[in-house]
Every structure is written in C-alpha cells, then in structure tokens.
Design a protein. Structure first.
Ligand code: ARG
Ligand code: ZN
Length: 861
C-alpha cells in the first residue's frame, strides 16, 4: 500500500462555497436517512465540476433546483457533479448505518445514544459535502426519531420548532445563526438526565446552560456545570470574550475516541471529562473535568468564531486554546503545580514525539490521515509557542494582540501566519524570526557553560542553541528562544550580567551562541536557566550536584527550584545506572534531606519535589538505553531515598491528613503530597499498615487510589486483596473501574500477559469502548515498563496482535496506541530490532488503515 500525503503548500481556495445547508435526519439504528439541501455558489469563473467529499455513504438521490440530476460520478472519496450552474440548490439523499459504525466517526449509535463526531473529516460520513474548514455555512437541522427511546434530540444553535407524528416519532428543528464549517456540526439523540442552570453574561444576556448525562448520574454532573460557569466568567474577565448564543449544551457520552468536541453550542464530551464526585473521582479527575470543560468552552472564540483555513493550521485553534485553558486552570488553582504538570507532558510525551519518526512542526507540512495530527506537538508544544509570545509581549501586549486578532478575523477561516501578524501589530516586537517555531520541528538543545578568566576577573556564561536534524527535516535554523534566567552568587544573593539582557531575567537566544559576562564578581556564580520553562527546549548545563541544591535554596523562580531537584535526581539515577551509586556523596543525600525538611510547610512544592522523574522522562536525555537497567536504577534510587529520609517522610505523611474532603487547592496539594510520600514509603516494610489503613479509612477516590498505587509498589498479595475489594465496590461502574483496569495493566509481574488476557475477558471490558481499551491496552503499552519491554519481545507482540484486531473497527484509537512501539529510537539496538519486527508485522497487513499505515511506515523508514 502506498498512500499519498496531502501537503500544506498545495492549499487552494475552494471552487465552490455553500452558504446554507438544511439537513433532515430520520433516525434509524441501521438505516438513518439524511436529506441535505445545499445552497451552492461557484467562487471562480472556471467551469470546474463540483467535487464533494463522502465516505461510507449509500447514495439515494441527487437533484438540482428540484430536478433529478444524473451527470455525476461516485468515486472512492466522494461525488463529482459535472456541468453544474453557478448558483443552485443541491438536494442529496443518503443513508447511513449508525449501529455498524464502530470507528466512532460520523454518526454512530452506542448504548442507545445517537451521536456525531465530525472533526476532522467525519462529516463526509454523514452526507456528501465540501468537508473542509474554509467552507462556512448556516445550518438548519431537522431530526425525527422515536419519541419513547429518544426523548432528547439535539443539534447546534437554538431549537425553533417541534412536534409529534402519529407513528410514535417526534421531530425538532434546530437553527444555528453562525455560519460554521462542517466539522463543528453535531447531532445527539437519546435519553438522559438533564442538569440546567443560567449564566448572565457581562453585558446582561441570559444564557441557558444544559448538561446531559446518563440516567442516574445527575449528581456527578454538578461539578462540570459549576466549572462551565467559572470558564464563562474567566473568558469575559481575562479576554473580554462573551458567549454568543442563547443556549449552551454539553452532552456526556460513554463511547468517544478523544476527550471532547467543541461543536457550536453543543459540546460532546467523553463522560470521563464530565462526571466527577468525591467518591468516584480523584483530584486529578476533577482537575481534568474543569480544564476540558474550559478548553471546549474557550474554543467558542478560538476555533469557532475564528476557525482554521485548512487542517495544517490546527494549532491555530488547539495550541491557542490549550494555552487559554492552562491559564484558566492556573488561575483556579496553583500556578506552580500547573506549570509542572504541563512540563511533565512536554518532557514525557512531546519530546519523545519530536525524537521519533512522527516528528512534525506544530504546523505540519504533510499529512496522510489528519486524525494522526491531534498530537502533543500540535496541542502542547503549540501552547508553549503561544506562551512564549505571551512572555515576549507581556500580558497586556498579548491581550491587545488577541483583540486585534478578533477584530480582523471574526467569522473567518484563517492561518497561523494571520495569528502571528495580528499579535505582531499590537506591539513593536518583531515576531518574524520567532515565527520559525511554526515551521521547524524538533526539540532545541540549550547548553549553559561557564569559563572564568582570573586575570581579568571575568566570568563568561555561554548559552548555545543547537537544533539537530529530525526524521522529517534535515535542515534546521536557529530559533528565537526566550530564556528566563537568574544568577546566584555563593551567598545566595542575586547578581546581574554586565549587559545583554532583553529585560530583567530574560535573555533572547537568537543565534547559535549568546554570551553573558560578569566582571569583578568572581568565578562562583550559578546560572539558573529556563525559569518557568520559558521555552520548550532540553537544557544541559555544567552545574554540579551541590549547585543544584544551591539553586533549590536560593532561586526566586519556583519552577527552577523544582527543576533543580529533578536535575539532581536525574544525576543520581545516572550514577546508579552507571553502577557507581557511591559517587553520590553523603553531602548530597544530606542536602536532599534538608531540602525536603525545609519545605515542610509548603506541601505544594514538597509534593512535587518528592516525585522522582518518570522512566519516560529519563529516556529523553539518554541514548542507547538498557531499559531494565535504567528502570532498576530509578527504582533503587527511590528505595534508597525513601530509606534515607523515612523518619521525615513519616512525619510529612502524618501532617498532611485532612478530615473532610473538599476539592480546593490547599487540600489538593496536601493530599498529593501525602500520597506521593506513601508511594515512596511503599519501598519500605513499614508501609503496609499505612496503606491498609488509608485504604479502609478513605472517603474519597484520591486517597483510595493513592493506597492502591502504593500497594502495587509494595507487594502483590496486598495489592490483589485491595484490588478485589475495589472491584466489588465498583463493578457496575465501568468509568471508575477503568482505574482498576489501569492499575492491573501497569503491574510489574512476570505473568502480566496472562493478566491482560483475563482483563480482556472481564464482563466490563469492551473492545468497542475506547476508554476501556485505553485503560487496559494503553496503560500497558505506555506505562508498564517491565512488561511492555520484556526481553523476549512478548510485550511488543501482544500489543501488535491487539492492534491488528482493533484496527479493523477503530483505526483512530489503534493509531494512538501504536505510539510506544514507534518510539524505539532511544533504546539499545537489539531492542530496536524487536520493536521494528512487530512494526513490520503491522505493515504486512494488506488491509491496514491509513491511520496506522502513516505512523508505522514512517517508523520503519
Ligand atoms: N477539537 C477537539 C478538541 O481538542 C478534538 C477533536 C479531535 N477529534 C478527532 N477525532 N481527531 O477539543
Ligand atoms: Zn481543542
């Protein structure tokens, strides 16, 4: 199989546009009829045929201006209509089969709920259309369905008319006044519990809020509704952006490929990102619900009101909206823990993507299957690029740029260049060089080195940027990197360089080498670089272990203090990995102890500092990795660390108990700190009582899960006992049981593959449900280091066997899960061979989906 990629360069404006579309659905599980009436207008003067996109459709009828039309061809990818007029009404009748649709793209039926997912190119599975984001039309949607089983029938915009038929069906007509691209269309029909509320906008308009959840789950939806109101208020306060329709609806569905979808006025959510209460959800779940609710709400302006010209521009809306939801979350809770969370995603996942065959710029140049580009690069690195603009422009300049962006482009489909140029116009900062971040892939390396000249008493700090070739781009250019930096003298006082700073604590690296000098201040100066993770780069420096401790004690930037401890852990683990842990002198252990001791009154930083870098993070700064040796080095270091400070850890564990549960920042930090400590203590025999007591005394899911994670670390017998209890309690609640599936799948045990087989046979497991598949297969492939990387290759084979099966029904999810197999670059050659062998098995499958084909063929190239 060879598939041709689409290229960003080849963009052409559409030859036709569609101004209005009237859709009429008659819902039926296996034969839903879709009547579509389009107002089509030719955009250029040529006599081009009208080429509509369409897949998996049964065509029943075509008419132009009310007359049957026969001058068309059906192709693999759509419908070509020849000799059409310049302006006309096109009527197309198609039929689709929602219950057979297991790919969960287009219109599908699951658990009795009809639901659509159209981004990126799912609308073409509903009807023939110009399914591209630069065609914006006004939608009117009529839905007819069974009254008893589908009491709720929703589409975008406002309901304007409804009625009943004599055959037991009813109908409703929805109208969305805002022209929109087809990817923002949505339809939902089913039977739900409904939560309602109102929000009064800053200009005094009242908006009806409606949240639809599975029957019986009403109470678990309350938090999401409150989060929605906080998001609406925040966007008014921070960006002056107000909601624009009379009604805002959110529906939670159980079968969903991704997190959620920002369809105009009708968001569809994976129920995982809506449902949360104290008993069933962890603090992290609450956090995720609030941030995804915010994310989708913020899309109403950054995505819907101003949308993408083509899919290569995806980061225009996603990078920007992730940045906005990150700012929101940070305002709702705590900036430091938020920033650390974001950086972990970058270091664990985005850096790995950049280092793999899937490396791409935040604005990709070539795409075979668009769904493969909803990536940590487009989303999270995209958000880092927006954040750098925020840093350069300052909060006020950034806001002015955003205002200008909306002033210029409201109602349009635009490009990333349009965005940068609006930002540029608002301040006098030149973003030309900066904009290379959009076109260049890869993680830049920044090196910090010092040289001291005693004769002139001058210290030179050299900052070097290096942009290495990636799989997709061999030629690289220097980037424009804003580097937050502070300098510490031996006594902990701050010192400033002679010159060369862009502003206080900010230096711009815009060429290969940037030098800063300190004259007359001696040689003993510690540069603390990459404050607040000011750029998505890998930093290396000549700091000594004692200087990392010095940084922790004296740096102003809280992120840098955390990062100093992480760098020190990384260094320590390296000593174990090299087989010489004795290199870690007593003063270093002691220094770590004192750092922890000194932070006891700050559970937030303490909790984060006691997290040892993940195996995935450790991989990003190493080559030719011996997986088991590195994993064991990490494990042994954790053990020794726990042992060295066990008395202190016990005190911290005891002091961070809260009596009645609330999801609020102080408690969240304290609970996290306690559970992180428990995981560390699980290295030691004394943990058993703590774990069992915490498990049995817990009144919330965070503490329950904390105990289970510690038990998983502690020993298999205890783990299995507690897990059985958990399963009894939650056996009828698959969403909660996903935590249980995930814990089993990440367990370090020699019979893990047999365990996975058992999990797949569990009554609550279903291969049709992406959440279940991610919980079992995804957790194993992404996070079970010992099992997935078993030396005989059995873990790789297991994943491959599974993907060959899953790809037949749900290529999107299969393609996400193949990621760990494609990231073989960091490992030792023998292991690379085992991984590539399985990738070859995938590629040998003649019926492989486009999705998997694109990733696998790249990984083998
Ligand atoms: N726009 C959605 C969001 O980030 C993501 C939808 C992507 N879905 C997909 N099948 N590619 O909020
Ligand atoms: Zn999004």
């Amino acid at each position: 199989m060879t598939l041709v990629a689409k290229r960003r360069e080849d963009y052409r404006a559409p030859e036709f546009t569609i101004t209005d579309i009237a859709l009429d659905f008659t819902l039926d599980p296996s034969a839903t009829k879709v009547v579509s009436e389009l107002q089509v207008k030719r955009q250029d003067n040529a006599n081009a045929p009208l080429e509509l996109d369409g897949e998996h459709l049964q065509l029943l009828e075509v008419a132009i201006d009310d007359l049957p039309f026969g001058d068309y061809q059906q192709t693999d990818s759509g419908l070509v209509l020849n000799n059409v007029p310049d302006a006309f009404t096109l009527r197309i009748v198609t039929q689709v089969n929602p219950s057979e649709n297991k790919a969960l793209e287009g219109l599908y039926l699951s658990n009795g709920v009809y639901c659509t997912q159209c981004e990126a190119e799912g609308f073409r599975r509903i009807t023939y259309y110009l399914d591209r984001p630069d065609v914006l039309a006004r939608f009117t949607v009529k839905i007819t369905g069974d009254k008893a089983s589908l009491p709720t029938m929703l589409a975008n915009g406002n309901p304007i008319e409804q009625g009943s038929n004599t055959d037991g069906t009813h109908w409703i007509l929805w109208q969305d006044p805002f022209p929109k691209p087809s990817y923002l269309f949505a339809l939902v029909a089913g039977s739900f519990d409904q939560l309602t509320d109102t929000f009064v906008t800053q200009s005094g308009k009242s908006v009806a809020l409606e949240l639809f959840v599975d029957k019986g789950k009403r109470q678990r939806g309350e938090f999401a509704l409150e989060a929605l109101k906080r998001s609406m208020r925040w966007d008014e306060e921070v960006f002056g952006l107000e909601y624009d329709l009379d009604i805002y609806m959110i529906v939670a569905v159980d079968f969903f490929n991704m997190g959620a979808m920002e369809n105009k006025g009708l968001n569809v959510f994976n129920s995982k990102f809506v449902l949360a209460d104290q008993a069933s959800a962890t603090d992290e779940d609450f956090f995720n619900v609030e941030s995804v609710i915010a994310h989708e709400y913020f899309h109403n302006w950054t995505g819907n009101r101003v949308t993408c010209r083509d899919w290569f521009q995806l980061s225009l809306k996603e990078g920007l909206t992730v940045f906005r939801d990150q700012q929101f979350s940070s305002d709702m809770s705590s900036p430091l823990s938020n920033r650390i969370k974001q950086v972990r995603v970058m270091r664990e996942h985005q850096f790995a993507e950049d280092a793999s065959a899937m490396s791409h710029p935040i604005r990709p140049d070539e795409v075979i299957e668009m769904n493969n580009f909803y990536t940590v690069t487009v989303y999270d690195k995209g958000a880092e690029v927006i954040r750098m603009m925020h840093t350069l422009l300052g909060a006020e300049g950034f806001r002015a740029g955003m205002d200008e962006y909306f002033r210029r482009h409201d109602g349009q489909a635009v490009t990333c260049d349009d965005f940068v140029s609006a930002m540029q116009s608002a301040t006098d900062i030149d973003l030309t060089h900066f904009s290379r971040w959009y076109s260049q892939s890869g993680t830049p390396r920044v090196e910090v080195k010092r040289a001291y000249d005693a004769a002139s008493n001058k210290l030179t700090v050299t900052l070097t940027q290096q942009n290495l070739a990636t799989a997709d781009q061999s030629e690289k250019h220097d980037l424009y990197i804003p580097l937050q930096i502070e300098f510490l003298a031996a006594d902990g006082q701050h010192v400033a360089p002679d010159s060369g700073m862009f502003r206080d604590n900010l230096v711009i690296l815009d060429k290969p080498v940037t030098e800063l000098t300190f004259t007359g201040k001696g040689s003993n100066i510690t540069p603390v670089a990459l404050g607040n993770f000011s750029a998505p780069v890998k930093l290396t420096s000549d700091l000594t272990p004692l200087e990392w401790l010095h940084t922790f004690r004296f740096a102003n930037d809280a992120f840098s203090r955390w990062d100093a401890i992480q760098q020190l852990y990384n260094w320590c683990i390296e000593q174990y990995y090299q087989g010489s842990p004795q290199q870690i002198e007593k003063v270093i252990w002691q220094g770590l102890y004192e750092a922890v001791e000194a932070s006891q009154d700050n559970p937030e930083i303490l909790g984060e500092c006691l997290v040892v870098p993940s195996f995935e993070t450790l991989c990003q700064t190493r080559e030719n990795i011996d997986v088991h040796a590195l994993n064991e080095a990490r494990q042994t270091f954790s053990h020794d660390l726990a042992e060295f400070m066990s008395d202190l850890l016990l005190v911290i564990y005891q002091t961070n108990q809260s009596d009645s549960y609330a999801y609020e920042p102080a408690q969240v930090s304290s609970r996290r700190c306690k559970n992180v400590v428990l995981t560390l203590l699980a290295e030691l025999p004394l943990a058993e009582t703590l774990i069992t007591e915490q498990f049995s005394g817990s009144d919330n899911m965070s503490d329950t899960l904390g105990a289970l994670k510690a038990a998983q670390q502690f020993d298999l017998v205890l783990f299995n006992n507690l897990m059985n209890e958990f399963e009894q309690r939650w056996r009828d609640d698959p969403l909660v049981l996903d935590k249980w599936f995930g814990l089993h799948a990440t367990c370090d045990r020699s019979d893990i593959l047999a365990q996975l087989t058992l999990l797949r046979q569990h009554p609550q497991f279903s291969q049709q449900n992406p959440n279940r598949v991610r919980a079992v297969i995804g957790s194993f492939a992404f996070y079970n280091t010992s099992g997935f990387h078993a030396d005989d290759g059995s873990g790789y084979r297991f994943l491959t066997d599974y993907l060959l099966e899953l790809d037949k029904t749900n290529p999107q999810v299969a393609s996400r899960l193949v990621t760990p197999l494609t990231q073989w670059q960091h490992f030792a050659p023998s292991r690379q061979a085992l991984m590539r062998q399985q990738l070859s098995r995938l590629l040998d499958d003649a019926s492989l989906s486009k999705d998997l084909y694109e990733k696998v063929s790249k990984a083998l190239a």
